[in-house]
Design a protein around this ligand. Structure first.
Ligand code: FAD
Length: 316
C-alpha cells in the first residue's frame, strides 16, 4: 500500500522507522534483531537506506596504488524482500542518483516493481568521501528531481527504450526535505523552491531530515504551505544515545541542537546519561509533534532500536 494512502486512511498518527543495511558480511539476523522490538507498535512501513560504493586506494608496495571499490552496506533490495515477507509490512527502499546511470536506475526500478514494492524514497545521495562535491555517474542523474522524473515516466509506462509496449509501474514517490536547509543550498528559500520542484514533478510526500527543535519543523511546514507544497511532510526523529552524538549529529546532518538541549547535553557524563536525556527529549518531541498535527512519526534507528522502543512505548 502507498504511504500516502496509509496517511489518508489513518485517524491517528502513524509510526514508522528507517533501518540501515548491516555491514557487508553480517547476516539478516542483525536486521531482524533491530526490527523485532519495534513490531509491537505496528509500523505501517519500514524504510531501508541505500549505500553506494566508495573507493579506496590500496598501496601495492611497489610505489603503485590500486583503486578498489567497496560497498560497506549492500543489500537494500534483498532486505526489503526479507522484511516484507517476514513482517508483512511495506518496505520503502531508498533509491539514490549517485553510482547509477539511467539504465541501471531503470533496472533497479523494474526489480522493485517485480518485488511488489509500492513506495520509493527518491534521493540524490551524498558525495562519497573521495569527492568534494557530488558527482553523478556518467549518464546518471545530478539531482533527485531527475530521478523523480524517471520514476514518473515509468509510472506512465514510458521506459528508456519505448519501442515496446511497457507495463507501467505504480510507485508512490517520496523525497527529502530539510527544515534547517540542505547543507549545499545557498539559502533556505532557494532550497525550498527546489523542494517544491520535486513535489511538482511528482513526489507525493516529504520525509524530513532529523531535527530536535519542533518549532523548526512547524516553521518549515508553514513555509512549504505558503509556497504551495500541499503534500504530507513526515518528521524524521533520531534519539540521541551517546556522547559522540553531541558533535557528530550537528556535523554530519547539518542541524542545530536547541539551546535547552545543548545545556542538558553538557551536563551528561556518560553514554547512559545521554541515552536517558535522548529518550526523555524524544518523548517530549514526539508528544508535541502529535499534539500539533504531525501525520507520522518516522524514527531513524541507525541499527539501534532500544531508545526508539522506549519512546514508542509512551506514544503508540
Ligand atoms: P536534491 O533534492 O537533489 O538536493 C541536493 C541539493 O541540490 C540541495 O541543496 C538542493 O537545494 C539543490 N538542488 C536541487 N535541485 C536543484 C536544481 N535543479 N538546481 C540547482 N540546485 C538544486 N543518502 C544516501 O546516500 N542514502 C540514503 O538512503 C539516504 N536517505 C535519506 C533519507 C532522508 C529522509 C534524508 C533527509 C536524507 C537521506 N540521505 C540519504 C541523504 C541525502 O542523499 C543527502 O542529503 C543529499 O545530499 C541530498 O539529497 P536530496 O535528495 O535532498 O537531493
Amino acid at each position: 500500500m502507498k504511504v500516502v494512502d496509509y496517511i489518508k486512511e489513518s485517524k491517528k498518527p502513524l509510526f514508522s522507522f528507517e533501518i540501515i543495511p548491516p555491514l557487508k558480511g553480517k547476516g539478516i539476523e542483525d536486521i531482524y534483531a533491530g526490527i523485532d522490538p519495534l513490531i509491537e507498535f505496528e509500523p505501517k512501513f519500514v524504510n531501508v537506506t541505500y549505500h553506494r560504493e566508495e573507493y579506496k586506494y590500496k598501496d601495492m608496495g611497489d610505489g603503485l596504488l590500486k583503486k578498489i571499490s567497496i560497498r560497506k552496506r549492500p543489500g537494500t533490495v534483498g532486505i526489503c524482500a526479507a522484511i516484507m515477507n517476514k513482517y508483512k509490512v511495506d518496505a520503502v527502499p531508498h533509491l539514490i542518483c549517485g553510482g547509477f546511470n539511467v539504465e541501471e536506475t531503470e533496472n533497479a526500478l523494474i526489480d522493485l516493481k517485480f518485488l511488489g514494492i509500492d513506495n520509493i524514497l527518491a534521493l540524490r545521495g551524498d558525495p562519497i568521501k573521495t569527492e568534494q562535491i557530488f558527482q553523478p555517474n556518467k549518464g546518471g542523474h545530478q539531482y533527485a528531481i531527475e530521478l523523480i522524473n524517471q520514476i514518473v515516466e515509468m509510472n506512465k509506462g514510458k521506459y528508456l527504450d519505448d519501442d515496446h509496449k511497457n507495463s507501467p509501474t505504480d510507485f508512490c514517490i517520496g523525497c527529502a526535505g530539510y527544515p534547517e536547509k540542505h547543507f549545499e543550498a545557498m539559502n533556505l528559500d532557494s532550497d525550498m523552491e527546489n523542494l517544491k520542484a520535486k513535489v511538482d514533478a511528482g513526489a507525493e510526500y516529504i520525509t524530513t531530515q532529523l531535527f530536535y527543535d519542533n518549532d523548526k519543523y512547524f516553521e518549515f511546514v508553514e513555509k512549504c504551505r505558503a509556497i504551495g507544497i500541499t503534500v504530507p511532510i513526515i518528521p524524521g526523529l533520531k534519539p540521541i544515545t551517546s556522547l559522540t552524538h553531541k558533535t557528530f549529529l550537528p556535523k554530519f546532518f547539518h542541524i542545530d541542537f536547541p539551546m535547552e538541549l545543548s545545556k542538558e547535553l553538557d551536563k551528561c557524563k556518560s553514554n547512559a546519561d545521554v541515552n536517558e536525556l535522548g529518550v526523555e527529549w524524544g518523548i517530549q518531541q514526539a508528544k508535541d509533534l502529535i499534539k500539533r498535527g504531525a501525520p507520522v512519526l518516522h524514527f531513524y534507528t541507525m541499527g539501534k532500536g532500544g531508545a526508539v522502543k522506549r519512546i514508542a512505548k509512551e506514544i503508540f
